[in-house]
Design a protein around this ligand. Structure first.
Ligand SMILES: *[C@@H]1O[C@H](CO)[C@@H](O)[C@H](O)[C@H]1NC(C)=O
Ligand SMILES: *[C@@H]1O[C@H](CO)[C@@H](O)[C@H](O)[C@H]1NC(C)=O
Length: 403
């Protein structure tokens, strides 16, 4: 009896030790966040083991675990849900059942997951798209673009771009009874990166006649140059997106070559020939004082030109929308940006908001001080966060008022 109790005690202590991570005081629902973080770490350990054993690439294994929470396309009383293809790219399509006289709005959505993981069928993305469709009476196209490591940049971008172009054709818009003046692109994290890149590229595409009404960027990745921004320094070890994860995601977008991971991890991947690009991500000019705190801006350290020649994608504006010139930004549509305080990507969003505003683009920037990267994905059990619903409701409300 005594030994059983001791075992139980030791097991609980070990479990608590595994789950416990120190969190900022102001974070909402800290114990749930710890469970979420422990769950992610477990996936990470298992994926690492699968890779060590030579079974599969780390990211493929991670994706396999994540997609245990994928759901089939199931229609409900309000929304018809189907998996189909647009221009040869897989999409999950949400069509409202409500009969309406006029034309409807549309949201083209790109899921997150560091260009390597995620799926439109993940329960949280399925719910998000379903609710968006239902509450806005909008057509939602959630794109299953191809992922790294099997496909590298610019495949992810090209997939979402080709779906967007396909959908914006007047014949397709009228087939789905969509108002051409009320279409937006949206995405979270790496999906926010893709949405921002798509919105920019459309401006230069003479084949596309329909203009986007808006772009909604949820804790987006917007630059690849400086992974030592104050937000990277302040939040390097905070759940769920550790800096080391972000470094890995970013490099996998271009290659599995370990020399790129190492160069990005030490923030020495940009060659001196590209030094002029740093003006676009200069946090010393672009961040508000309260985020700079006691961080000191230092001149960038440059890396080998060889890496940039081999993998030019990481200096491409389609991977790093912050690298667009002011003149390019000027034409962008109405923008919604959500940032979270405890997120390595926080400052990407702040800098883009500052640059867009300076270029005259109307921006709504919501900053959630009490939460972390990815919070909007935790909107169903067992990891159901009130803050996730709060952010989601606010995003849908913004779309309802502006799209
Ligand atoms: C369908 O819409 C009705 C009315 O807005 C709502 O009460 C109901 O919860 C919705 N059903 C689903 C499955 O979301
Ligand atoms: C960044 O901005 C600061 C302050 O304006 C300036 O001193 C510095 O030269 C800039 N650095 C780069 C690389 O643009």
């Amino acid at each position: 009896m005594g030994s059983k109790l001791l075992c139980l005690f030791l097991a609980s202590a070990l479990l608590a030790y595994y789950i416990y991570v120190p969190l900022p005081e102001d974070i909402s629902e800290p114990w749930k966040v710890m469970l979420i973080s422990a769950n992610m770490r477990t996936f990470g350990h298992l994926a690492g083991a699968a890779e060590q054993l030579g079974l599969m690439h780390y990211m493929d294994a991670f994706n396999l675990f994540a997609c245990m929470d994928c759901v089939a396309p199931t229609s409900d009383e309000n929304v018809t849900v189907t998996d189909t293809e647009f221009n040869g790219v897989a999409v999950r399509l949400y069509l409202p059942k409500k009969v309406s006289d006029g034309l409807r709005r549309a949201v083209i959505f790109f899921h997150g997951g560091g260009w390597c993981i995620g799926d439109a069928a993940l329960r949280s993305y399925d719910l998000l798209s379903r609710w968006t469709s239902d509450r806005l009476n909008a057509v939602v196209v959630s794109v299953n673009y191809r992922l790294a490591p099997k496909y590298r940049f610019p495949v992810q971008f090209e997939d979402v771009y080709s779906v967007t172009k396909f959908f914006l054709q007047s014949s397709v818009l009228s087939k789905y009874r969509v108002d051409p003046d009320r279409v937006c692109v949206a995405g979270d994290s790496a999906g926010g990166n893709l949405a921002a890149a798509v919105a920019q590229q459309l401006l230069q595409d003479s084949e596309v006649k329909t203009k986007l009404k808006a772009q909604a960027l949820i804790y987006p990745v917007l630059q690849t140059l400086d992974l030592n921004l104050p937000s990277y320094q302040d939040n390097a070890n905070k759940p769920v997106l550790l800096k080391s994860f972000m470094v890995r995601f970013l490099s996998e977008y271009f290659t599995s070559d370990p020399s790129l991971v190492e160069a990005i991890a030490s923030n020495k991947h940009v060659p001196v020939e590209a030094s002029h690009l740093f003006q676009f991500v200069n946090w010393s000019n672009l961040l508000p004082e309260e985020l700079k705190k006691d961080h000191v801006y230092t001149t960038p350290t440059y890396g080998s030109s060889e890496l940039a020649q081999k993998y030019p994608g990481f200096l491409d504006v389609r991977a790093a929308p912050l690298l667009a010139s002011d003149a390019q930004l000027r034409e962008l549509p109405l923008t919604y940006i959500l940032t979270c305080e405890h997120d390595v990507l926080r400052d990407d969003g702040f800098m883009y908001a500052a640059r867009l505003r300076a270029a005259g683009v109307p921006v709504t920037h919501d900053h959630a001080k009490d939460t972390f990267h990815g919070a909007m994905s935790f909107i169903s059990s067992p990891f159901n966060l009130a803050v996730g619903h709060r952010l989601l409701n606010r995003y849908i409300e913004w779309l309802n008022e502006n799209l």
